[in-house]
Design a protein around this ligand. Structure first.
Ligand code: A3P
Length: 297
């Protein structure tokens, strides 16, 4: 390469890097502004939605059985009309609705509200009760992996997914804080594994905790319409809501089993999971849960 070409080459390189760095800076800022705007929008949404003493929040780490619990509670607290288009029409995920700039919907009491929020995001003064549904973290990871692969990144490898899962530690943080319950919220803890294996017993606990008096028919409906087979068959009423062009309506209600984690995780990954779990979650403050360990392994 002659001398004049070399300086031309260096010039292009510098200019290209310069504009690329500006692009990166703007992207970072625009993401920051987007998050800020979503946060403020959510505050406004909550003001309009209001709070009620008898609100029931179903809080979970994603893929822990949220929708199943929404269905159970919907039937226990209403006449069980199944003509809704999507479960969010009767049991809203308010953060998601606010992100989509939807208006809050008017619902009778008690309102069944879905949330994946972290414990710190709920002020101590929050009205209502909480049901925290938790599930073996390795099974959660497998379920979440499939959701991401099916809806967002078809070429995602499990190993890459797990790398982020371990790096951001969000399952561990979410579980730890909700189990510790430092603010003393009224919380009923329900294990996904118990919900699928002894649903009737769990329904008895839920009814008592929520202080509701469902009829025999409502309980029968709750059992019937929250069955895996019914929900799978009617997935469009429950599943993720991708844009029309990318619609996949058969993977949100996927397998509904426990124990997949042990098959997907290698021995090394299991050890890593258990180590992190013992470091962050299995603490004296969460001792109440030791007799019913949070993981099956
Ligand atoms: P899998 O992906 O392991 O099958 P969430 O509602 O929190 O997103 O949780 C989704 C998980 O709950 C999925 O787990 C889904 O199949 C399972 N699930 C949904 N409805 C269910 C039902 N009626 N019975 C058992 N599992 C159910």
């Amino acid at each position: 390469m002659d001398k004049s070409k070399t300086s031309e080459y260096v010039g292009y390189r510098l200019l290209s890097n310069f504009f690329f760095n500006i692009y990166k800076l703007i992207s970072r800022f625009s993401n920051w502004f987007l998050r800020l705007s979503q946060k403020i929008n959510f505050e406004e949404y909550k003001l309009k939605f209001g709070e009620r003493e008898d609100d029931i929040y179903i809080v979970t780490y994603p893929k822990s059985g949220t929708t199943l619990m929404q269905m159970i509670l919907y039937h226990l607290t209403t006449e069980g009309n199944m003509s809704f288009n999507h479960i969010y029409d009767v049991s809203p995920w308010i953060k998601n609705a606010s992100f989509k700039r939807q208006e809050p919907i008017e619902l009778p009491s008690p309102r069944i509200i879905k949330s994946h929020d972290f414990y710190k995001d709920f002020p101590k003064s929050t009205k209502g009760k909480f049901i925290y549904v938790y599930r073996d973290g390795m099974d959660v990871a497998v379920s979440h992996y499939h959701q991401q692969k099916n809806y967002n990144r078809s070429n995602l490898e499990f190993e890459n997914f797990l790398r982020t899962f371990f790096k951001n530690k969000s399952w561990f943080k979410h579980t730890k804080d909700w189990l510790r319950n430092k603010k003393g919220f009224p919380i009923l803890y329900v294990r996904y594994e118990n919900l699928i294996n002894k649903k009737e017993e769990e329904i008895t606990r839920i009814v008592k905790f929520c202080e509701i008096t469902p009829t025999k028919e409502s309980i029968e409906r709750a059992l019937k319409y929250s069955s895996f087979s019914y929900m799978k068959k009617n997935e469009e009423k429950f599943g993720d809501q991708p844009e029309k062009s990318k619609k996949i309506f058969d993977q949100f209600i996927r397998k509904g089993k426990s124990g997949e984690g042990t098959r997907y995780f290698t021995e090394h990954q299991k050890e890593k999971f258990i180590k992190q779990y013992e470091k962050m979650v299995k603490k004296p403050e969460t001792r109440a849960f030791e007799k019913e360990a949070l993981i099956n392994h």
